[in-house]
Design a protein around this ligand. Structure first.
Ligand code: SF4
Ligand code: SF4
Length: 428
């Protein structure tokens, strides 16, 4: 598929508020093409001054791989960094604050997702927002610490991932800003999630949103959902409208998303704007996350926060967390990072040349490719996750990452089928 044949659509809500969709596309379409289309579309927004400080805020809340529909795809991050560098911007920062549970298990989310390597290879600074100098900001229920760098940057690009979410219904542009709240203060946001998300979006400046709708998540998100190949990017300047468009395109009614509904009061959306949003026809019908049961809502009640904190030594034990997770009372459970990745090896005799690995590799050169350069590899493991025949293997100790992949093996199989079918579908 050639770049100019990618379906593109702009949704207008008023003179200043528009949302842009590039896709759906075949899985082989280079993501850099989609990002270039978006940069071209929004070029008037980029800072005139090439010395401007630009902050990229992806969604890397935990170590679940982007192919599972949880984190922002490294192909998008890399394409955005390259696009900015090609335009002469030098002061680029990638920043996020992963879930604090991952630190307790010595999981370095940035390393695990390949973001640390990307920064090293591209000369981009990496900032852990959980540990950055901060200022106190009033949200709806609480005052929380927000990193100063978000307010000091000249231009902030949010790079959210679309996924279903048991508590928030869906997570996309508006919810992406929870990662900006420092450390344990993230918990306070849950004291009234919809109102606090809306408040965060009012307080934190975001100038452009490039939303990851390549491989999204449906079902029991964010910790245990199903990846779904949607093959699109969504962009805009307003998180509220972009979330509305993303919801419509994936078959959700935005009015049923509590944070969106809450923000719609602040946004003062007109009847006409809402009507144009609701006129958008779904491109896919994603399965929603199951509603949170009585016990989850009871145990999560803000009134029990003090008891939860006092008994944390009990329920933070791995066995207890695994038990609560299996009962559906926890969204995620982390395993100790016991992996060591020395290098990737390629077994030619197992390879059927499906090229899935080439499509998902941020460099476009996985181990089966003649252009593969081990010293340039970002260790994101996308090629290893997607390969249907174990033709790419980890040399070292896969450890808990292998357990992860085994847990998701059936879901990955469905994803591969969807990707391979997309090639046929979009080309017929
Ligand atoms: S070769 Fe594999 S691990 Fe290396 S950058 Fe490409 S997808 Fe990631
Ligand atoms: S994904 Fe696996 S089977 Fe497919 S081309 Fe790559 S190495 Fe070969």
């Amino acid at each position: 598929m050639r770049m100019n044949s990618i379906p593109q659509k702009t949704y207008f809500f008023s003179e200043n508020e528009e949302a842009f969709q590039a896709g759906p596309v075949d899985f082989r379409e280079p993501v850099a093409h989609l990002v270039e289309i978006i940069f071209h579309k929004f070029k008037h927004l980029l800072p005139q001054n090439r010395d401007a400080h630009i902050l990229l805020k992806p969604n890397c809340n935990n170590d679940l791989h982007p192919l599972l529909g949880n984190a922002t795809d490294l192909r998008i991050l890399k394409s955005v960094v390259n696009g900015l560098k090609e335009r002469g911007y030098q002061h680029i920062v990638i920043a996020d604050g992963p879930n604090i549970g991952t630190y307790r298990k010595q999981i370095n989310v940035f390393s695990r997702l390949g973001i640390r390597s990307l920064c090293r290879h591209t000369g981009v600074r990496l900032v852990d927002l959980n540990q950055a100098p901060s200022v106190r900001v009033d949200l709806f229920t609480d005052t929380v610490a927000i990193p100063e760098i978000l307010f000091e940057s000249d231009f902030v690009i949010s790079l959210p991932k679309f996924k279903t979410h048991a508590e928030a219904v869906v997570s996309f542009a508006m919810k992406n800003l929870i990662g900006c709240v420092c450390g344990v203060d993230k918990r306070k946001v849950h004291n009234d999630l919809p109102a606090n998300i809306a408040a965060l979006n009012k307080e934190i400046p975001v100038h452009l949103i490039i939303g990851d709708g390549l491989i999204v998540m449906e079902g029991n998100g964010p910790g245990d959902g199903q990846p779904f190949f949607a093959g699109m990017l969504l962009a805009g300047t307003d998180s509220f409208w972009l979330d509305g468009v993303a919801a419509r395109l994936t078959g959700f009614d935005p009015h049923r998303i509590p944070a969106w509904q809450n923000a719609s009061t602040m946004q003062r959306a007109s009847e006409k704007q809402l009507a144009s949003l609701m006129a958008i026809q779904p491109a896919f019908q994603l399965v929603p996350a199951p509603a949170r049961g009585f016990w989850v809502r009871f145990l999560d009640h803000p009134g029990l926060a003090a008891i939860r904190d006092k008994t944390r030594f009990l329920h933070s034990q791995h066995r207890a967390r695994t038990f609560l997770y299996r009962l559906g009372l926890l969204q995620d459970v982390y395993s100790q990072d016991n992996s060591r990745i020395d290098r990737l090896v390629f077994y030619q005799h197992r390879c059927d040349a499906c090229r899935l690995c080439e499509a998902v590799c941020p460099l476009g050169s996985p181990p089966c490719s003649p252009s593969h350069d081990p010293s340039a590899c970002l260790r994101c493991l996308s090629c290893w996750w997607i390969c249907p025949h174990d033709a790419i293997a980890i040399q070292g100790k896969p450890g808990y990452i292998l357990e992860h992949r085994n847990r998701f093996s059936q879901r990955l199989k469905r994803l591969r089928d969807q990707m391979l079918k997309s090639h046929t579908a979009w080309n017929n």
